[in-house]
Design a protein around this ligand. Sequence first.
Ligand code: ZN
Length: 428
Amino acid sequence: MLSRKGFNGFFSLFVLIFFITSCAGTTKGLPLLNLLPEEKEVELGRAYVPYAIEESDGLYPDRDVQEYIKDIGLTLSRKSERRLPYQFYLVNSSQVNAFALPGGPVMITRGLLLKLNSESELASVLAHELGHINARHHAKFLEKQFGLNLLLNIGALLFADRPYGKALLQFGQVGAGLLALKFSREQEKEADQYGVLYTYKAGYDPMGMIRVFEMFKSLERGGRPPEWMSTHPLPDTRIQEVSKEIEVLKPTGAFITDTLEFQRIKSKLVQTQASFEEFEKGKKAFGQRSYRVALEHFNRALEAYPDNYPARAYVAYILAMEGRLLEAERQSETALRTMPDVFLTNYVHGYVKFLQKEHTASIKHLQRASQLIPDHASTHYYLGRNYEATGQRSKAVEHYRTALELSQGRAPWAEDAKERLRRLGALW
Ligand SMILES: [Zn+2]
């Protein structure tokens, strides 16, 4: 089995949220000494991009669409006060949401982009997230929740030769905290203010933000409040506040409200919508271990949109479980070619190669998966199996230990890993 605890899908972070409270309350020193240096903020944000991608069903696999989002994001970020390595991603999730990570990365979901009607609306969403980054809201959360020492250690451990289980668990805790982060009302107001300013300075109609808020409110009235609202409270006062901000700016002249390019990009997303709906049905069936049903949905997802690489990776995994290794390999190779540098495709291809006893190739892809998501227990278990099979005893021992520490002994392969450690003359 792939998932941590029988969760829906390959991998779920949220099991780790329970650990967070145990780390809180460690920042009672002098405030100045608790400031996370900017380069560490950037490093942490970058380290959690692969988590955010996996938690959001992967990256939208169309380069043209990604470039478009990036262009708008970078245009806005040039109006922001902080000079950071900003990155912009469209992720596949059908949730209606957008979020950022410390020091630069901004993500918007496919579900939200499908609800937007113009480029100025898209710009306002990205600009609001840039506002959070600019005001260091994520960094402040991390400083308050975890304390500077832990954060600096996490930065260092990523570059260590051999990160060990406890440090990796802490790494996962910080990630879970970041992805479930809720800002205060005041912080939202601040992000709105920056957001209005950046859209205005970049030449966009700042009313775009009001239109986005109105759209969220209409979704809420329709009984389907967007996920964005669970982290971004949206009382009418917020709309009034933003309206006042816009009045102060007195926007006049020619502002960009919409572009043909936005409509072209959006129509691409409309065309692939059915494919991602099938993918979600497949993932649900997979979580319930109805693999036949899951396979049917994933195959339909691929008929509708062959680049839907998460669907293809799941197909490969199910075929591999059924022992159809050649078909599995063909699928996992194609998924990897579509999206070569994400956790999911490397993990699944590494797993298929392990079953094919092609250990060198398996190690290569599992190592890459492990660099992207260092605390995924099963990756370490299969690395151990590969190293054991190729006679590299000490590496095998190391990865079995890490796998057991990360899974806390609860994985389906836990007994096997312990038995292998005993046979290798090492104690768990
Ligand atoms: Zn916000």
